[in-house]
Design a protein around this ligand. Structure first.
Ligand SMILES: *Cc1c(COP(=O)(O)O)cnc(C)c1O
Length: 398
């Protein structure tokens, strides 16, 4: 009975509660927000400008435009394309609804493409198949923090004169062939939502190289006014402004930016811890035949936002949903990222997308589980999660 696997089994570890996620906010972030609250300037202002400059420098981008969320960032980026009725935008079906909704809200026709079996990222072959004369943009999603196949996608975009807007909600910091995500496509959208790798509670950023486009985004994130509130109300500012184009209310607040500045300084250490946790999961689970571990292509630097395993249904008597329940019963929180868009009612009814035409994502939808991955996890927490999963799968082998 006492094999080495048994010795490290969760039954030998005291039961513990491991939530799916807990934010890593320290006294420094708290102090920075309080200081901003005392400063007399709460909304977009000097700290937002400082955060934009620091973020652009960290990523290596020429410009960074801070906004209220990644959803706002995606919408603002897509809005800049001035999509006409019938214009098509291709994105991955294995994403959060915000990606698809942004395309629809920007007036685009949403075209969902499948993912590759190894990384679950947008499949360039399926994208190429779905190009039409009406295609205007491609929106790759760097799933789980693993950059999509940008060389292939950029080649398709160049060939057809398309804009590439990356959904980098998961991928900070990440790299592809030595280039930082945020400097690769035409525009890149980041998320600072509570659960993301860098958080400001709610927040987002667009990075880009084109200065004129950056100015357009800056204007449209705040009502389309030619002067933002900071310049309007500061001593050197003027009260007069114009609205040449309708804009949105998508600005970041200085309280969020103050938190972001601290998180950005901590990002290298936070990222190192994420990499350690991912490596530990891989070491602990690599000999479990009932599960497929996340692949990492050699050309990428992984942001490790999520650790997504896939169950092998042919080896198991339990469906994924029941495995999640068993984990929960043992105190382990987990999640599913994502229910593909084509399986959600709105998209199923409005898109021309049958599950059989998106086979890889449709199959993954039944087998994926995201394990807890956040910087406050201890190595023992990670061991407990891995051993609990191993025990559940072992007990339910086919
Ligand atoms: C979280 C997320 C978003 C939305 O980010 P918000 O900042 O919450 O708007 C968009 N796309 C993906 C893939 C995400 O995971």
């Amino acid at each position: 009975m006492a094999t080495s696997g048994q010795q490290t089994s969760a039954t030998r570890m005291a039961r513990r509660e491991v939530p799916f996620y807990r934010p890593d906010i320290g006294e420094e972030e708290i102090a920075a927000v309080v200081e901003t609250m005392r400063s007399g300037w709460l909304t977009i202002g000097p700290r937002t400008q400082e955060f934009e400059r620091a973020f652009a420098r960290a990523v290596g981008a020429a410009h960074a435009v801070a906004v209220s969320s990644c959803t706002a960032a995606l919408h603002l980026a897509l809005d800049a394309l001035d999509l006409q009725p019938g214009d098509e935008v291709i994105t991955s079906t294995l994403t959060f609804t915000a990606t698809g909704a942004s395309v629809v809200h920007a007036g685009g026709r949403l075209i969902l493409a499948d993912v590759t079996p190894d990384t679950l990222n947008l499949d360039p072959v399926d994208v190429a198949r779905k190009i039409t004369p009406r295609t205007r943009a491609i929106v790759p999603v760097h799933f789980a923090g693993h950059p999509a196949a940008m060389d292939e996608l950029l080649a398709i975009a160049r060939q057809h004169g398309l804009t590439v807007i990356e959904d980098a909600a998961h991928s900070l910091p990440a790299g592809y062939h030595g280039r930082a995500v945020g400097t690769i496509g035409d525009m890149t959208a980041f998320s600072f939502y509570a659960t993301k790798n860098l958080t400001t509670g709610e927040g987002g950023m667009v990075t880009l190289a084109d200065g004129a486009l950056a100015e357009r985004l800056q204007t449209r994130r705040l009502h389309g006014m030619t002067r933002d509130a900071w310049r309007r109300y500061s001593r050197e500012g003027a009260w007069r402004y114009d609205v040449a184009h309708l804009g949105f209310k998508y600005n970041m607040t200085d309280m969020a930016a103050a938190m972001g500045l601290v998180q950005l300084r901590r990002l290298p250490a936070l990222h190192r811890r994420r990499c350690e946790i991912a490596a530990l999961y891989t070491a602990l689970l690599s000999d479990v035949p009932e599960v497929e571990l996340p692949a990492t292509r050699p050309e990428v630097e992984h942001a490790w936002h999520l650790y997504v395993v896939r169950l092998r249904p042919e080896r198991l008597r339990l469906h994924r949903d029941a495995v999640i329940e068993e984990l929960r019963a043992a105190g382990v929180g987990s999640g599913v990222h994502f229910i593909p868009l084509h399986l959600l009612s709105y998209y199923a009814e409005t898109c021309d997308c049958r599950p059989a035409d998106l086979p890889v994502a449709s199959a993954a939808a039944e087998t994926i589980i995201s394990l807890p991955l956040f910087t406050l996890l201890s190595d023992d927490d990670v061991r407990y999660v891995a051993m609990t999963l191993r025990d559940v799968l072992r007990a339910n082998r086919r």
